[in-house]
Write a protein that binds this ligand. Sequence first.
Ligand SMILES: C[S@@+](CC[C@H](N)C(=O)[O-])C[C@H]1O[C@@H](n2cnc3c(N)ncnc32)[C@H](O)[C@@H]1O
Length: 296
Amino acid sequence: MAWNHLRNLNRISIHRILHHRFQPLVNARFFSDAAASLPQPQPKQPSPPSSLKDNELAKFAAISDTWWDSEGPFKPLHAMNPTRLAFIRSALCRHFKKDPYSAKPLEGLKIVDVGCGGGILSEPLARLGATVTGVDAVEKNIKIAQLHAGLDPETSTIEFCCTTAEKLVEEGRKFDAVMALEVIEHVADPAEFCKSLAALTIADGATVISTINRSMRAYATAIVAAEYILHWLPRGTHQWSSFLTPEELVLILQRAGINVEEMAGFVYNPVTGRWSLSDDISVNFIAFGTKSSNNE
Ligand SMILES: C[S@@+](CC[C@H](N)C(=O)[O-])C[C@H]1O[C@@H](n2cnc3c(N)ncnc32)[C@H](O)[C@@H]1O
């Protein structure tokens, strides 16, 4: 089981990797802690750092017209959507004690889809009965998402907004469940981003993140094959060094107050052209975590 694999990890080596990877954060925290011990003229909380990376946003703005072209650059997300939705639906129903067989199993849940793009995930979540807010840092993505969702009365109620997770935190917004699918590899600081996601989640609420593992297999498949051989994605869409391993994701979520309870991999079958859930988390994976009530 993938989860057993995680449990068996050498915790010391994970800490070492993270210590090295997030050393600037550790130093930053040391200086901010030292500064905090001095008399402060303003008691106001400092704003969290921006999660935005301009070069990443420019890539998405350039292809924003193609969000709903299932054969275009977002073909992999369209193809993965039923599989990731199955994972989310079952994890949310189990956690929130909802009937997975009802027509609207997510009815009564407030969900935010952070980095929603054109709304590929927001729309089916709304069809499952959730009250959905979709946010993205690229204005053009939000316009496309609004236009597309407006075509169907079941999705036209989605609240789309061009903003970031950290700005929603500043506004005091809270959600039963927070989604950030295929976004964390594009943000400025994954640890700070996870803190914002955690702050948006109510006590006992859920956080779901999917991303790509920083493994050699992911380099070969998600970058070399997908971008250079199959041309599924524009070249340069992904930077291997920005990927997180599952162990790193678990740890930064834990530090943000989210305990990862379930993880699964997505594997692609080149014969059927379909994705399925798997214990293999070596390339694409999804994590479901909950926020304990002590972390409010
Ligand atoms: C690969 S797409 C994923 C879209 C969607 N989550 C999905 O899986 O269908 C990444 C999206 O994240 C958005 N994004 C990147 N950085 C962001 C940030 N810091 N805050 C909000 N959105 C961001 C991009 O504009 C883009 O639409």
